[in-house]
Design a protein around this ligand. Sequence first.
Ligand code: NCD
Length: 313
Amino acid sequence: MAALQHLTGLCGMSAGTLSELLDKTEGFKKELTAPAPSFSPSLQGRRIALVFFENSTRTRFSFELAARNLGASTLGFSASTSSVTKGETLSDTIKNLEAMQVDAFVLRHSASGSAEFISAITQKPVINAGDGSNEHPTQALLDMFTLREHFGKLQGIKVAIIGDVLHSRVARSNIHGLLTMGAEVGLCSPVTLLPPDSEKLGVSLFTDLDRALGWADAALVLRLQLERATGGYLPSLQEYSVHYGLTDERLERTARHLLVLHPGPINREIEISNRVADRIQPPGYSKSMLLEQVTNGVAVRMAVLQTLLADTP
Ligand code: NCD
């Protein structure tokens, strides 16, 4: 793999690099789910700063676990208790942490482009854990890994990305990654929640959810980003849920064998019904991969940290 210095996004990443990260993830998943997991501490002594300016449960915990599994230590940072509340800038914050000999930064920030910006001012690897509505590369890698594990390949599979595409960094990273790996991508959302440049992305566009589900092998359901969508996008949540909510009845009617993914956190009974979100079986029916994705998230983050840090001084 050409040396990967930072992971700010999947846009422009080659199929070879993506495949190598997914292959590495497979190895870590095996170790992680073994009856008595034991990891080689390849990042012993490394210090990883988890710099989170936005809330997180899955991403933050899984980066922390991934780092610890590899023997690294983590420094937690949350903007609300830091000097950011006194007006310190993002770049000063990063430079100060770097001066304390931190070895890598995992950054989540509400500003699109913030990870790219930080990667230009530090010598240390920067991993984007979600920047505004731009990219969330490790989430897309874990979604792609989950799909690859289930279907045995990404080439040629059809993935419908459903919901608030406009505000979703998860959607953007998945579109880049899945298309690069030869999957077909369909976007299904109300026109107000579709990015203006969508027809140029090389994806199929749907406004009718039944048609999208009939087309797809897998549905990646997005959370309605209520904190970013400040009014005017939807007549009402109830109407959204009627037209774009993934319900048992809808799957039964249109897509009984669909694989269902969601990055979490879920708005239960808005974009996904309880029964669909919680369904593991019965066989032959749509299958929810939500918790499998979370497990895979730890393995993906181990692969990313290892790749970026193991060979750097
Ligand atoms: C996503 C995020 O924060 O972008 N969540 C996550 O990382 N698991 C998706 C979301 O918040 O909707």
